[in-house]
Design a protein around this ligand. Structure first.
Ligand code: 5AD
Length: 375
């Protein structure tokens, strides 16, 4: 393909599977630069110049599942488990609100017992109460990343959040390839998760008014470019509002060392290509520049933004807990304080021509269009 042909292809809004796979496969630096520029331009044209922060609070690493790729899976007995106190969680959220982040994301290992459900409910109420102010009249926006729950639990949390206009849920389906999904989720000899269950959860989340986000891991050994293309088709079919995707990285605490991982450089490029293609194919959804990008290269997240991402999730968890939340090896910022990270990140984001959407909810434009609201 000549550069002219590629440039023309990148302007299209309806994509064939063949074109998606072709663009995912790009490795030539000049071709990749064309892709990067096209995705960045499309992002700006659709949604302007803002990048939104979600302050990430990893409130517990206790997990009841055994996903084989994940460093905090239940079967990793070497890991010391923690759960933050309600006060610690609220303190982090208030800090984020005071910094102007506009929203926070609560993430944890998966639990669905009543004690945990109730703890999250109390955190949500307290965060809302503590963050309503003149600058944030509806309190801080809330994103939850807490796994499969019942429709009743999703609804209970939605009510407790006090702010349904900036209420979001992240739940990656990891891969649309059924055999690969099964392999990844068959820990301790039995299959623990199904794609169908995840999709049911998306429906319940929609019913309760959440902006729904999903995503996949990129470059899992055995995953093909055609698989990634199918992942994108599924994003379209589910008509999701937000996407979070990052490279698959080996984890010492996981149970999959034998499959290895891709070489860092091609893995990073594939991940960036995937972000760019999703932007070009899906239009005005929110796309996060995943932390895992930064595990490969120091400026990985900025590269994600250059390839079309518009959300970053700075980690707010107190330093003492960070080593306990390593989903994969070489997780960055394990030794950074949130202040240090934030000021450095702001400078880096400005350097690539984006502004931070301070004190804004930063809702998915796709969601705003679907429900007919303006931000
Ligand atoms: N490499 C990359 N991403 C991972 N996650 C978990 N373990 C890994 C890993 N080894 C991602 C999964 C999960 C999210 C919380 O973290 O996609 O949905």
């Amino acid at each position: 393909m000549t550069h002219e042909q590629l440039s023309r292809l990148l302007e299209q809004t309806e994509w064939s599977d063949e074109d998606i796979v072709r663009v995912l496969a790009l490795t030539d630096p000049e071709d990749c630069a064309l892709l990067q520029q096209a995705a960045y331009r499309r992002t700006t044209a659709l949604m302007g110049n803002n990048v939104y922060y979600r302050g990430l609070i990893e409130l517990s690493n206790v997990c009841t599942y055994d996903c084989r790729y994940c460093g905090i899976r239940k079967g990793n007995h070497a890991l010391k488990r923690y759960t933050m106190t309600l006060d610690e969680v609220v303190e982090q959220a208030v800090w984020a609100a005071e910094q102007g982040y506009g929203s926070v994301c609560l993430q944890a290992g998966e639990r669905d017992d009543p004690k945990f459900v109730d703890f999250v409910t109390r955190c949500l109420r307290a965060i809302h109460e503590a963050t309503v102010s003149d600058t944030l009249p509806n309190g801080v926006g809330i994103t939850l990343s807490l796994g499969d729950q019942t429709p009743e639990v999703y609804e209970q949390w939605a009510q407790a959040s006090g702010n349904r206009m900036a209420l979001r849920y992240l739940s990656r389906f990891e891969t649309s390839n059924p055999a690969l999904f099964e392999m990844l989720h068959t820990g301790g000899g039995k299959q623990q998760k199904t794609l169908e269950k995840r999709f049911e959860c998306f429906n319940s989340l929609r019913q309760s008014g959440y902006q729904v986000g999903t995503g996949v891991m990129i470059g899992i050994p055995g995953q093909t470019l055609e698989d990634l293309c199918k992942d994108i088709r599924l994003f379209q079919q589910l008509d999701v509002d937000m996407i979070g995707m990052g490279p698959y990285l080996m984890s010492q605490g996981g149970d999959l060392q034998e499959i290895g991982q891709m070489e860092p450089e091609p893995l990073l490029q594939l991940s960036l290509n995937m972000i760019a293609v999703v932007r070009l194919v899906m239009g005005p959804v929110n796309i996060a520049a995943a932390t895992a990008l930064q595990a490969i290269r120091d400026d990985g997240r900025e590269l994600g933004i250059m390839y079309g991402a518009n959300v970053v999730m700075p980690n707010l968890s107190p330093q003492s807990y960070r080593t306990g939340y390593q989903l994969y090896d070489n997780k960055p910022c394990v030794n950074d304080g949130p202040m240090q990270f934030a000021s450095e990140l702001e400078r880096r984001i400005a350097a690539i021509g984006r502004d931070i959407g301070w004190n804004k909810p930063g809702s998915s434009l796709r969601w705003c269009q679907r429900v007919g609201v303006e931000e």
